[in-house]
Design a protein around this ligand. Sequence first.
Ligand code: GLY
Length: 360
Amino acid sequence: MNYITVDTGKESYPIYFEESFDSLSSAAEKCGCKGKKLCIISDSNVAPLYAEKVKSELEKVFSEVYVCTFTAGEKSKNLDTIKSFYDFLLEHKIDRKSVIAGLGGGVTGDMAGFAAATFMRGVDFIQIPTTLLSQVDSSVGGKVGVDYGPYKNTVGAFYQPKFVYINTSSLDTLPKREFSAGMAEVIKYGIIASEEFYDYIKGNKEKIKSGDKDCLENIIRKCCQMKADVVNLDANDTGIRETLNYGHTIGHSVEGLKEFELLHGECVALGMCAVMDISVKRGYISQDKLDEFVDLLKYFDLPTEVSGLDRENVYNQLFHDKKVSGNKLKFVIADKIGSTIRTSDVEKEEIMTAIDYILK
Ligand code: GLY
């Protein structure tokens, strides 16, 4: 099987890249799941498409396999849904030696992982991401959790999966809007880590948008490698991992204030536009580069402006970000394409101007 390894020093696990679910049972067997019970958590969009196939594949290894579904969407990402999972797990006699799998996008993976981290003080966990966003970002690195009211991912844990299984052909059924949302995270990797990768996206944008398999496999693998490299150095997000949150601080603020009407990736696109405006005002990046970046996001049908928000509200919501420390906001700012700095030294005026850049 084709894979790369995440190795945090404490935990090590493979990310498999496949074009079907046919090797899932081998992956599960390799990680010692033989004879255990499994609960697959999936949502109302993904379960009808893939749960039967995944279940029958995993029944070759697990003794019992159950599927627990919830209503798709970020609005379900809360403690009430987690409670419904606990009820399901208890009803089906899932025990400490059992395994929980998340089958779906970022919301599913984050919640399945949170249930796994907390149920009976922790049961083993498998990520089976089926959206572009979850394949390139959220399924890797062990961040699990839920939103709390309008505050994004405020309750959660670091809990690494036993393995991540990426079936790239699951993108064939992905709605266009979800695909675009995933592209925001893909483009993010270019900005924070590799100008070469950014140029690759620009140079292959038509192929990527039309779903060219080779291009998509290449970008998914490259993003996972970049993410693994960062997570290996800083699994608990106290240093370099913060760069993965490029665009997320303002993005999360917009996401909460819009009451999760916009997709996470769409809010990341908006947040990236805002912080890149700070880079331009500071003279790190030219206006031309910002315009080109905005055009690239628009090419992938991502929003670069948002209406109906008040600038002071967006600013105040920033203080609920997990990275706030001593009431100081922390920002990740690109000092050129492919490189970032992390700083708490951003004046309110700079932030307000950045917010104005994305408000219609
Ligand atoms: N999505 C950001 C991180 O995993 O750190």
